[in-house]
Structures are given as structure tokens and as C-alpha cells.
Write a protein that binds this ligand. Structure first.
Ligand code: C2E
Ligand code: CA
Ligand code: CA
Ligand code: CA
Length: 280
């Protein structure tokens, strides 16, 4: 028994060592990833379901890292590392510029109202110059700001920092939209809905995965009614099958995002869908 425990401890230590090594390696490689052009944005379509036409209203930009030796690394892994090392500022600015460039491209190419949502991490909101830089970029690329939505998560708001809310208000005053992402996944507080300048509420995919539970349906029904009374748009993420879609339609959800329609796509594949299926 003692020998066994000793061995499992060694294995545990080895694993810790490997995790730490991997962490350090990723962190090192992240530093050069922006410069080396290893990031790409993928675009996941959002489908408008409230008018029964099922059109694409916009997309969420989702970052992808093509690591030279490891291949595609999930943002779940590297965004956290970037946040811990403040590299998130550089990466976040790159994401915004890339998304603006893409929107201006689509504005010229399609003459459409296609919108783009961009994820902002909490650290980016603490940055006092963030909204000024975003404003400059929006002028550089001549984009219609009302077509850009920034998605923030509840964690960004937890510590109640005034600089977070200040940045959000500045963005809002510039005509950008704000969405509260992953709603219901963490320490959701209904008071956010009245205290923050938000336009959209994004119901977390964990809720959508548990629609078989009737209590969950009641909860979502109430959230949607409440949101609509407050003039917020409601979008559900993680819709994977037609049952979930039908329930969300009945509950008057405005937009749907999920594998049932599309996963996040590279820009050329997304444009092909626009042109072939939606007469763009
Ligand atoms: P998120 O903002 O909640 O984005 C939604 C995630 O759910 C995406 O994962 C998307 O691909 C995935 N997803 C979409 N539809 C479905 C579905 O039907 N079922 C399931 N199970 N998943 C679905 P992804 O792209 O791996 O991104 C993970 C997280 O990484 C994002 O969660 C976001 O928090 C973060 N992230 C991604 N791109 C960026 C970025 O540019 N900046 C920042 N700060 N964070 C980002
Ligand atoms: Ca998001
Ligand atoms: Ca989300
Ligand atoms: Ca999430």
C-alpha cells in the first residue's frame, strides 16, 4: 500500500510537472503568436428566428490559434493563459482590428446589415484607453458601429469595478452594442440587467442542454419575458437539435446560435454559405 501510494504520488507529480511545462510552453509561444500571424477569426452565424425567416442576422467572431507544431489550440485553454499574463490586451486588440477589417470588407462586398459580435475579456474592460482605441479603429475601417456588439461575461462584473462600467458606458455612447454572455452560468444577478448598458442577453448553453427539465423551461420563459419588457434582445447559444430550437421558438427567443445550424466557420466557408444559401 505504501509503495502504491508512493508510486501514485510520483505519477501525480509527473503530471503536475507536465502541466506546468505545457503551460509555460504555451505562454512562451503565445508571445510570438500575434506577430507570427498564427491567429485567425472564425465566424459562427446567429440565426434570427423571431420572424420565421431563419435568416443570418450576424456572426460571433471566435479566435483560433494555429500553433506551428501543436495544431489548433482551443481558446478555452489559451485565453486563460493570455489573461493571466496580460497578453490578452495585445490579443484582444488584434481580435477587434481583425473583426472591424472583416466587417468593412462585408460592408463593401454585400451592402448588408450583417453584424459581428466580439468577445471582450474582463481585463480588457479595465483598460482605461480601450474605448478610445476601439473608436480609432472603427474610424480607420469606416465601419457602422451599430453593427458591432461586444460580448462580456458575468465574471467581468463580479468585482464591481467602476472602470469596467465606465468602459461599457463609453462603448455604448459610441453606438456599439453590448451583450451579456453566458447568462445563467455563474453568479448571475438580475441587477446587472438594470445597472448595465446592455442590449442583448445571451442564455448560456448549459441551460439549453437541460431543456428536458420543465423547471428550466419555466425559468427561461421568465428570463425572456423579463428581457423583452426591458427591451433586451435574447439569444440562445448551444442549440444542437430541432427539439431545442422548437422550444426556444415557442418561448419567443429572438436569435439562435449553435451546431444545429452552423459551427464557427473560416471566412471563406461562411461567405460561400451567404452566397449560395442566402442570395448574398
Ligand atoms: P463563448 O463566448 O461562450 O463562445 C461560445 C463557444 O461555444 C464557442 O467555443 C463555440 O464554438 C461553442 N459552441 C457554439 N455552438 C455550440 C453548440 O451548439 N454546442 C456546444 N457544445 N458548443 C457550441 P470556442 O470557439 O471554443 O470558444 C470558447 C470560449 O473561448 C468562448 O466562449 C470565449 O469565452 C472564449 N473566446 C473565443 N474567442 C475569443 C476572443 O476572441 N476573445 C476572448 N476574450 N475570448 C474568446
Ligand atoms: Ca461569446
Ligand atoms: Ca457564451
Ligand atoms: Ca462561455
Amino acid at each position: 500500500n505504501i509503495i502504491f501510494d508512493d508510486l501514485s504520488f510520483q505519477i501525480y507529480q509527473q503530471q503536475m510537472y507536465l502541466d506546468k511545462l505545457e503551460y509555460e510552453n504555451l505562454k512562451r509561444d503565445l508571445r510570438s503568436a500575434v506577430k507570427n500571424g498564427e491567429f485567425k477569426l472564425y465566424y459562427q452565424p446567429k440565426i434570427k428566428i423571431n420572424d420565421n425567416q431563419n435568416k443570418i442576422g450576424g456572426v460571433e467572431a471566435l479566435i483560433r490559434w494555429e500553433h506551428p507544431t501543436l495544431g489548433l489550440v482551443s481558446p478555452q485553454r489559451f485565453i486563460k493563459i493570455a489573461e493571466e499574463s496580460s497578453l490578452i490586451r495585445e490579443i484582444g486588440d488584434w481580435v477587434i482590428e481583425e473583426a472591424f477589417k472583416q466587417l468593412s470588407n462585408w460592408q463593401n462586398k454585400y451592402d448588408s446589415d450583417l453584424s459581428i459580435s466580439v468577445n471582450l475579456s474582463p481585463l480588457e474592460l479595465y483598460d482605461k484607453n480601450k474605448s478610445a482605441r476601439i473608436k480609432n479603429l472603427s474610424q480607420k475601417y469606416k465601419i457602422r458601429r451599430e453593427l458591432i456588439e461586444f460580448e462580456i461575461t458575468e465574471n467581468a462584473l463580479l468585482d464591481n469595478r467602476s472602470d469596467t462600467i465606465k468602459t461599457l458606458n463609453e462603448l455604448k455612447n459610441l453606438d456599439f452594442s453590448i451583450a451579456l454572455d453566458d447568462f445563467g452560468s455563474g453568479y448571475s444577478s438580475l441587477s446587472y440587467l438594470s445597472r448595465l448598458p446592455i442590449d442583448t442577453l445571451k442564455i448560456d448553453k448549459s441551460f439549453i442542454a437541460k431543456l428536458a427539465d420543465s423547471r428550466n423551461i419555466i425559468l427561461i420563459d421568465s428570463i425572456i419575458n423579463l428581457s423583452h419588457k426591458m427591451n433586451l434582445k435574447v439569444i440562445a447559444e448551444g442549440v444542437e437539435n430541432s427539439e431545442q430550437l422548437e422550444i426556444m421558438k415557442k418561448l419567443n427567443c429572438d436569435e439562435i446560435q449553435g451546431y444545429y445550424f452552423y459551427k464557427a466557420l473560416p471566412v471563406d466557408q461562411f461567405e460561400k454559405i451567404l452566397e449560395e444559401n442566402y442570395n448574398y
